[in-house]
Ligand binder design. Structure first.
Ligand SMILES: *Cc1c(COP(=O)(O)O)cnc(C)c1O
Length: 397
């Protein structure tokens, strides 16, 4: 991660196709577009690459989540279980749906702890939303078993784990619906963009309509199309899709570079006894966008962060005090600061959040350091980085 590092000729060519015709919209204008359907082609590429029946592009990963929750029928009175460590988009999309986010501890996978999820299930729970953070996956077998047992939907937020797999299946394609982000800093980019995937045709049809104002896309006169239900506009533009079309074809190239780089760093850090690694339920399926490891104590991880600075190492995070990824700094959520009134159900459902403690999450997140794996490093640079990281960690032990 991220695909923008290797932006080049292929991306230029796809964008120029669109600029040559001037058809920037994904629907209609058949005569003018000279055979270019970038959004449709990208959807097909995603279906083939991820081995999934349906892919629906959207304007972002966040709007893909909005569409996903809508097609799962999530709304007023429903609860959606989400992790304490994620990106703010998780609760944004749940609140956008009019539903109540239920925040739950993570474990040493840095994703939802199935035991904590089970304890949080109520009659109102409609969806479990694992977030495959930092390139690797949640324990999907355990979460799926809970969904089956309690008749709940599984919605995978695979925004950070595009092209990762779990037991041979693409992350995002195992639940009822999965979502990806192709924003500027993700594994592949459209500039801005996202996608929803599903193997369920009824959900796919509704996603297609919902993301385009409810258009049923029947016939070839857009103005005369029907609107079976109220939708929204989450259409991606052809320009963004064109960039993504070039990038999606480079997926294997990107992933293999990441895996090669990560392996070198991980092997080096394995020699330090006080370093332990994030548990990955299926190591083979790791998309290798990050190397995430734990120090024995929060104090030591703080010292490592400082040492990394001193040793000139870049692109690593400890998320404990991060504004965007961890619950501790989400005061706007805890205080329900919105520009508009929220339903009584959400207010009631979330009234206790500001007083809740997440000791297990705090423990893992405070001891965690996640290092971004860059595509643009040379092999020499990776080895140099590995050496410096080991020296920096050893300097604080
Ligand atoms: C990036 C991201 C999103 C949202 O994607 P955007 O395309 O930026 O809206 C959602 N969830 C996670 C985990 C992300 O990392």
């Amino acid at each position: 991660m991220p695909g923008f590092e290797l932006f080049g000729e292929a991306e230029r060519k796809e964008v120029l196709d669109v600029l040559d015709t001037g058809v920037l919209m994904r629907y209609g204008f058949d005569g003018m577009r000279n055979g270019h359907w970038k959004a449709k082609e990208l959807e097909k590429e995603l279906q083939n690459k991820l081995k999934v029946k349906h892919a629906q592009l959207t304007t972002s990963g966040t709007t893909a989540l909005n569409v996903a929750l809508a097609v799962l029928g999530v709304g007023s009175g429903d609860e959606v279980i989400m992790p304490t460590f994620t990106f703010v988009a998780s609760f944004e999309s749940i609140i956008n749906a009019g539903a109540t986010p239920v925040l739950v501890d993570i474990d040493d996978t840095l994703t939802l702890d199935p035991k904590a999820v089970e304890a949080a299930i109520t009659k109102k729970t409609k969806v479990i939303m694992p977030v495959h953070m930092c390139g690797s996956m949640a324990d999907l077998d355990a979460l799926k078993a809970l969904c089956d047992k309690h008749n709940i939907f599984l919605l995978e937020d695979a925004c950070q784990a595009y092209a990762g797999t779990y037991k041979g299946k693409a992350l995002g394609t195992i639940g009822d619906v999965g979502c990806y982000s192709f924003d500027y800093v993700k594994t592949i980019t459209c500039g801005e963009g996202g996608a929803l995937v599903t193997n369920k045709s009824d959900l796919a049809v509704n996603a297609d309509h919902y993301s385009d104002h409810g258009h049923d896309h029947v016939g070839n006169d857009r103005g005369a199309e029907g609107h079976p239900f109220i939708g929204y506009n989450y259409r991606i533009s052809e320009l963004n899709a064109a960039v993504g079309l070039a990038q999606v074809k480079r997926t294997d190239e990107f992933i293999s570079i990441q895996r090669k780089h990560k392996k070198i760093l991980k092997e080096a850090l394995s020699t330090v006894t006080d370093v332990s690694f994030r548990r990955i339920p299926d190591e083979e399926g790791d998309s290798a966008t990050f190397l995430s490891f734990f120090m024995p104590t929060a104090e030591l991880s703080n010292k490592v962060v400082k040492a990394f600075q001193e040793y000139g190492i870049d692109a690593y995070w400890n998320y404990f005090d991060n504004n965007w990824h961890y619950i501790r700094k989400w005061n706007h959520l805890k205080e329900l600061k919105t520009l508009f009134p929220l339903s009584a159900e959400i207010k009631k459902g979330m009234q206790d959040l500001k007083n809740m403690e997440f000791k297990q999450s705090d423990d893992y997140i405070s001891r965690n350091i996640s290092c971004l794996i860059k595509l643009s490093w040379t092999e020499e640079e990776v080895h140099e980085k590995a050496k410096k990281m080991v020296e920096a960690i050893k300097s604080v032990l």
